[in-house]
Design a binder for this molecule. Structure first.
Ligand code: ATR
Length: 291
Protein backbone atom coordinates (compact mmCIF):
# COMPACT_ATOMS: atom_id res chain seq x y z
CA UNK A 1 0.00 0.00 0.00
CA UNK A 2 1.31 3.45 -0.90
CA UNK A 3 2.25 5.41 2.23
CA UNK A 4 1.14 9.03 2.36
CA UNK A 5 3.36 11.94 3.44
CA UNK A 6 2.63 15.63 3.11
CA UNK A 7 2.80 19.21 4.28
CA UNK A 8 0.22 21.04 6.41
CA UNK A 9 0.09 24.83 6.38
CA UNK A 10 -1.81 27.85 5.12
CA UNK A 11 -1.39 29.25 2.53
CA UNK A 12 0.69 26.69 0.65
CA UNK A 13 0.65 27.96 -2.95
CA UNK A 14 4.34 28.90 -2.84
CA UNK A 15 5.59 25.73 -1.17
CA UNK A 16 8.14 23.68 -3.12
CA UNK A 17 8.11 20.81 -0.64
CA UNK A 18 6.01 18.59 -2.93
CA UNK A 19 8.53 18.53 -5.84
CA UNK A 20 11.43 18.35 -3.34
CA UNK A 21 10.14 15.22 -1.57
CA UNK A 22 8.70 13.63 -4.72
CA UNK A 23 12.14 13.87 -6.37
CA UNK A 24 13.61 11.82 -3.49
CA UNK A 25 10.74 9.30 -3.60
CA UNK A 26 11.17 8.80 -7.38
CA UNK A 27 14.94 8.47 -7.13
CA UNK A 28 14.73 5.88 -4.35
CA UNK A 29 11.81 4.05 -6.03
CA UNK A 30 9.93 3.63 -2.74
CA UNK A 31 6.15 3.38 -2.45
CA UNK A 32 5.33 6.78 -0.96
CA UNK A 33 3.53 9.90 -2.13
CA UNK A 34 3.97 13.45 -0.73
CA UNK A 35 0.97 15.80 -0.93
CA UNK A 36 0.03 19.33 -0.05
CA UNK A 37 -2.70 19.86 2.62
CA UNK A 38 -3.71 23.52 2.69
CA UNK A 39 -5.82 23.67 5.87
CA UNK A 40 -7.73 26.64 7.29
CA UNK A 41 -7.09 27.40 10.99
CA UNK A 42 -10.59 26.35 12.09
CA UNK A 43 -10.12 22.90 10.52
CA UNK A 44 -6.74 22.04 12.00
CA UNK A 45 -7.92 19.84 14.86
CA UNK A 46 -10.33 17.90 12.61
CA UNK A 47 -7.64 17.48 9.95
CA UNK A 48 -5.18 16.01 12.45
CA UNK A 49 -7.77 13.53 13.75
CA UNK A 50 -8.53 12.47 10.16
CA UNK A 51 -4.82 12.05 9.40
CA UNK A 52 -4.57 9.68 12.32
CA UNK A 53 -7.60 7.68 11.14
CA UNK A 54 -6.38 7.54 7.55
CA UNK A 55 -2.96 6.30 8.65
CA UNK A 56 -1.03 9.17 7.05
CA UNK A 57 2.62 8.15 7.65
CA UNK A 58 3.95 11.60 8.35
CA UNK A 59 3.83 15.26 7.49
CA UNK A 60 5.68 18.54 7.69
CA UNK A 61 4.11 21.50 9.45
CA UNK A 62 4.70 25.03 8.29
CA UNK A 63 3.41 28.58 8.79
CA UNK A 64 1.26 29.19 10.83
CA UNK A 65 0.88 25.86 12.66
CA UNK A 66 4.31 24.97 14.09
CA UNK A 67 3.18 25.79 17.62
CA UNK A 68 -0.62 25.52 17.20
CA UNK A 69 -0.51 21.83 16.22
CA UNK A 70 1.32 20.67 19.35
CA UNK A 71 -1.77 20.10 21.58
CA UNK A 72 -3.19 17.62 19.02
CA UNK A 73 -0.17 15.31 19.11
CA UNK A 74 0.29 12.20 21.27
CA UNK A 75 3.91 12.95 22.09
CA UNK A 76 6.72 15.40 21.34
CA UNK A 77 10.37 14.49 21.10
CA UNK A 78 12.71 16.12 23.63
CA UNK A 79 14.40 18.59 21.25
CA UNK A 80 11.06 19.85 19.81
CA UNK A 81 9.65 20.06 23.35
CA UNK A 82 12.49 22.34 24.43
CA UNK A 83 12.05 24.54 21.37
CA UNK A 84 8.24 24.47 21.76
CA UNK A 85 7.65 24.14 18.01
CA UNK A 86 7.35 21.18 15.62
CA UNK A 87 7.90 21.03 11.87
CA UNK A 88 7.69 17.23 11.43
CA UNK A 89 5.10 14.70 12.58
CA UNK A 90 5.53 10.97 12.37
CA UNK A 91 2.79 8.36 12.75
CA UNK A 92 4.27 5.71 15.05
CA UNK A 93 1.82 2.78 15.44
CA UNK A 94 -1.23 5.03 15.27
CA UNK A 95 0.24 7.69 17.58
CA UNK A 96 1.43 11.05 16.26
CA UNK A 97 4.85 12.22 17.49
CA UNK A 98 6.22 15.73 16.86
CA UNK A 99 9.83 16.54 15.94
CA UNK A 100 11.72 19.64 14.84
CA UNK A 101 14.34 19.45 12.09
CA UNK A 102 14.60 23.21 11.33
CA UNK A 103 17.59 23.87 13.58
CA UNK A 104 19.66 20.90 12.46
CA UNK A 105 18.80 21.70 8.82
CA UNK A 106 19.88 25.30 9.26
CA UNK A 107 23.22 24.49 10.92
CA UNK A 108 24.02 21.80 8.33
CA UNK A 109 23.41 24.21 5.48
CA UNK A 110 25.34 27.06 7.13
CA UNK A 111 28.38 24.85 7.80
CA UNK A 112 28.26 23.23 4.36
CA UNK A 113 28.04 26.50 2.45
CA UNK A 114 30.14 28.87 4.54
CA UNK A 115 32.29 26.71 6.85
CA UNK A 116 30.94 28.75 9.81
CA UNK A 117 32.17 27.47 13.17
CA UNK A 118 29.61 28.56 15.80
CA UNK A 119 32.01 28.09 18.74
CA UNK A 120 32.52 31.34 20.67
CA UNK A 121 30.76 33.53 18.07
CA UNK A 122 28.52 36.57 18.51
CA UNK A 123 25.24 36.26 16.58
CA UNK A 124 22.44 38.69 15.78
CA UNK A 125 19.10 37.06 14.94
CA UNK A 126 16.11 38.87 13.40
CA UNK A 127 12.77 37.37 14.48
CA UNK A 128 11.38 35.53 17.49
CA UNK A 129 8.83 33.10 15.97
CA UNK A 130 8.90 29.33 15.46
CA UNK A 131 11.84 29.27 13.05
CA UNK A 132 13.78 31.64 15.34
CA UNK A 133 13.20 29.30 18.29
CA UNK A 134 14.62 26.30 16.41
CA UNK A 135 17.60 28.18 14.97
CA UNK A 136 18.57 29.91 18.22
CA UNK A 137 18.47 26.64 20.16
CA UNK A 138 20.68 24.93 17.60
CA UNK A 139 23.18 27.81 17.47
CA UNK A 140 23.44 27.92 21.28
CA UNK A 141 23.77 24.12 21.45
CA UNK A 142 26.57 24.41 18.88
CA UNK A 143 28.44 26.77 21.23
CA UNK A 144 27.85 30.41 20.21
CA UNK A 145 28.89 32.82 22.95
CA UNK A 146 26.20 35.47 22.62
CA UNK A 147 22.92 36.09 20.88
CA UNK A 148 21.10 39.35 20.22
CA UNK A 149 17.44 38.96 19.24
CA UNK A 150 15.88 41.80 17.24
CA UNK A 151 12.14 41.54 16.64
CA UNK A 152 9.32 43.81 15.49
CA UNK A 153 7.45 42.88 18.70
CA UNK A 154 10.00 43.34 21.46
CA UNK A 155 7.88 41.43 24.02
CA UNK A 156 8.19 38.29 21.98
CA UNK A 157 11.98 38.71 21.75
CA UNK A 158 12.13 39.16 25.52
CA UNK A 159 10.09 35.99 26.13
CA UNK A 160 12.37 33.98 23.86
CA UNK A 161 15.42 35.50 25.59
CA UNK A 162 14.18 34.32 28.99
CA UNK A 163 13.41 30.85 27.63
CA UNK A 164 16.90 30.54 26.10
CA UNK A 165 18.65 31.89 29.22
CA UNK A 166 17.06 29.15 31.30
CA UNK A 167 18.59 26.49 29.02
CA UNK A 168 21.93 28.19 28.29
CA UNK A 169 22.99 30.10 31.43
CA UNK A 170 26.61 30.33 30.23
CA UNK A 171 25.67 32.32 27.08
CA UNK A 172 24.67 36.00 26.87
CA UNK A 173 21.21 36.44 25.32
CA UNK A 174 19.82 39.93 24.82
CA UNK A 175 16.59 41.26 23.27
CA UNK A 176 17.07 44.58 21.50
CA UNK A 177 14.83 46.83 19.47
CA UNK A 178 16.11 47.88 16.06
CA UNK A 179 16.59 51.44 17.36
CA UNK A 180 19.06 50.29 20.02
CA UNK A 181 21.89 48.86 17.96
CA UNK A 182 24.37 51.12 19.76
CA UNK A 183 23.64 49.12 22.94
CA UNK A 184 25.54 46.14 21.53
CA UNK A 185 28.39 45.63 23.95
CA UNK A 186 30.92 43.67 21.90
CA UNK A 187 32.79 43.79 18.61
CA UNK A 188 32.70 41.57 15.56
CA UNK A 189 29.44 39.80 14.73
CA UNK A 190 30.12 36.35 13.27
CA UNK A 191 26.60 35.88 11.93
CA UNK A 192 23.45 37.88 11.23
CA UNK A 193 20.44 35.66 10.47
CA UNK A 194 16.95 36.63 9.32
CA UNK A 195 14.34 34.10 10.49
CA UNK A 196 11.28 36.19 9.48
CA UNK A 197 9.39 36.03 6.19
CA UNK A 198 10.44 39.63 5.41
CA UNK A 199 11.95 39.67 1.94
CA UNK A 200 9.85 36.74 0.71
CA UNK A 201 7.94 37.19 -2.53
CA UNK A 202 4.48 38.66 -1.83
CA UNK A 203 5.23 39.45 1.83
CA UNK A 204 4.92 43.04 2.91
CA UNK A 205 8.43 44.48 3.16
CA UNK A 206 9.87 46.19 6.18
CA UNK A 207 13.37 47.33 5.51
CA UNK A 208 15.58 44.98 7.50
CA UNK A 209 18.37 45.94 5.08
CA UNK A 210 18.41 49.15 7.10
CA UNK A 211 19.80 47.07 9.96
CA UNK A 212 22.99 46.53 7.95
CA UNK A 213 23.30 50.31 7.52
CA UNK A 214 22.95 50.79 11.29
CA UNK A 215 25.52 48.09 12.03
CA UNK A 216 27.91 49.44 9.38
CA UNK A 217 27.71 52.88 10.97
CA UNK A 218 29.16 51.49 14.20
CA UNK A 219 32.39 50.53 12.45
CA UNK A 220 33.34 47.67 14.78
CA UNK A 221 30.41 45.26 14.48
CA UNK A 222 30.91 44.01 10.93
CA UNK A 223 34.08 42.70 9.33
CA UNK A 224 35.00 40.69 6.24
CA UNK A 225 34.17 37.43 8.04
CA UNK A 226 30.65 38.42 9.06
CA UNK A 227 28.10 36.15 7.39
CA UNK A 228 24.61 37.43 6.58
CA UNK A 229 22.13 34.59 6.33
CA UNK A 230 18.48 34.52 5.27
CA UNK A 231 16.12 31.55 5.66
CA UNK A 232 13.90 33.00 2.90
CA UNK A 233 14.61 31.11 -0.37
CA UNK A 234 12.19 32.80 -2.77
CA UNK A 235 13.72 34.94 -4.22
CA UNK A 236 17.11 33.19 -3.99
CA UNK A 237 18.80 36.54 -3.41
CA UNK A 238 16.64 38.47 -0.94
CA UNK A 239 16.87 42.26 -0.48
CA UNK A 240 18.78 41.62 2.78
CA UNK A 241 21.37 39.45 1.01
CA UNK A 242 21.71 42.00 -1.80
CA UNK A 243 22.34 44.73 0.75
CA UNK A 244 24.88 42.55 2.58
CA UNK A 245 26.78 41.78 -0.63
CA UNK A 246 26.87 45.48 -1.40
CA UNK A 247 28.47 46.01 2.03
CA UNK A 248 31.14 43.42 1.14
CA UNK A 249 29.81 40.77 3.55
CA UNK A 250 29.55 37.01 3.00
CA UNK A 251 26.02 35.69 2.36
CA UNK A 252 24.06 32.47 2.88
CA UNK A 253 20.59 31.85 1.36
CA UNK A 254 17.65 29.70 2.45
CA UNK A 255 17.59 26.80 -0.04
CA UNK A 256 20.10 24.70 1.93
CA UNK A 257 18.05 24.86 5.12
CA UNK A 258 14.88 23.88 3.25
CA UNK A 259 16.62 20.87 1.72
CA UNK A 260 18.38 19.70 4.89
CA UNK A 261 15.37 20.07 7.19
CA UNK A 262 13.36 18.16 4.57
CA UNK A 263 15.99 15.42 4.35
CA UNK A 264 15.99 15.01 8.14
CA UNK A 265 12.17 14.73 8.14
CA UNK A 266 12.32 12.20 5.30
CA UNK A 267 14.71 10.04 7.38
CA UNK A 268 12.30 10.13 10.35
CA UNK A 269 9.36 8.95 8.18
CA UNK A 270 11.08 6.37 5.98
CA UNK A 271 14.25 5.39 7.85
CA UNK A 272 16.11 6.05 4.58
CA UNK A 273 18.71 8.76 3.84
CA UNK A 274 17.33 10.67 0.82
CA UNK A 275 19.48 12.04 -2.05
CA UNK A 276 20.05 15.61 -0.87
CA UNK A 277 21.51 16.87 -4.17
CA UNK A 278 18.52 15.57 -6.13
CA UNK A 279 16.23 17.38 -3.69
CA UNK A 280 18.22 20.62 -4.06
CA UNK A 281 17.99 20.46 -7.88
CA UNK A 282 14.23 19.83 -7.67
CA UNK A 283 13.82 22.89 -5.42
CA UNK A 284 15.84 25.12 -7.75
CA UNK A 285 13.84 23.88 -10.76
CA UNK A 286 10.51 24.47 -8.99
CA UNK A 287 11.57 27.98 -7.95
CA UNK A 288 12.50 28.78 -11.55
CA UNK A 289 9.12 27.52 -12.75
CA UNK A 290 7.31 29.61 -10.10
CA UNK A 291 8.99 32.72 -11.51
P1 ATR B 1 7.55 31.00 11.87
O1 ATR B 1 7.00 29.81 12.57
O2 ATR B 1 7.69 30.81 10.41
O3 ATR B 1 8.80 31.55 12.50
P2 ATR B 1 5.92 32.99 13.22
O4 ATR B 1 6.00 32.20 14.49
O5 ATR B 1 4.63 33.58 12.82
O6 ATR B 1 6.39 32.13 11.98
O7 ATR B 1 7.05 34.16 13.33
C1 ATR B 1 7.25 35.09 12.33
C2 ATR B 1 8.39 36.05 12.72
O8 ATR B 1 8.55 37.00 11.65
C3 ATR B 1 8.13 36.87 13.95
O9 ATR B 1 9.36 37.21 14.53
C4 ATR B 1 7.44 38.12 13.35
O10 ATR B 1 7.55 39.28 14.15
P3 ATR B 1 6.44 39.60 15.29
O11 ATR B 1 6.79 38.73 16.46
O12 ATR B 1 6.60 41.04 15.54
O13 ATR B 1 5.10 39.23 14.68
C5 ATR B 1 8.26 38.30 12.11
N1 ATR B 1 7.56 39.03 11.04
C6 ATR B 1 6.56 38.56 10.26
N2 ATR B 1 6.18 39.51 9.35
C7 ATR B 1 6.97 40.59 9.59
C8 ATR B 1 7.07 41.90 8.99
N3 ATR B 1 6.30 42.26 7.96
N4 ATR B 1 8.00 42.76 9.49
C9 ATR B 1 8.81 42.40 10.52
N5 ATR B 1 8.75 41.18 11.12
C10 ATR B 1 7.85 40.30 10.67
Amino acid sequence: MTLVLGIVGHPLNHSVSVPMHMSAIFTLGIDYVYMSFDILPDNLSYAVSQFKKEHIKGFNVTIPYKEAIMPYLDSIDEHAGRIRAVNTINNENGKLKGYNTDGIGYIKSLKEQTGFDPCGKHVLMIGAGGAARAISFSLLEAGIKSLIIVNRTIDRAQKLTQHLESYFPEATVQALSIDNMNDIRYKGLGLIVNTTPVGMKNIKQTDIGELITLLEADGSLLDKNTIVSDIVYNPLETPLLKRAKHAGLRTHGGVGMLVHQGAESFKIWTGVQPPVDVMRQAVLRALQEHH
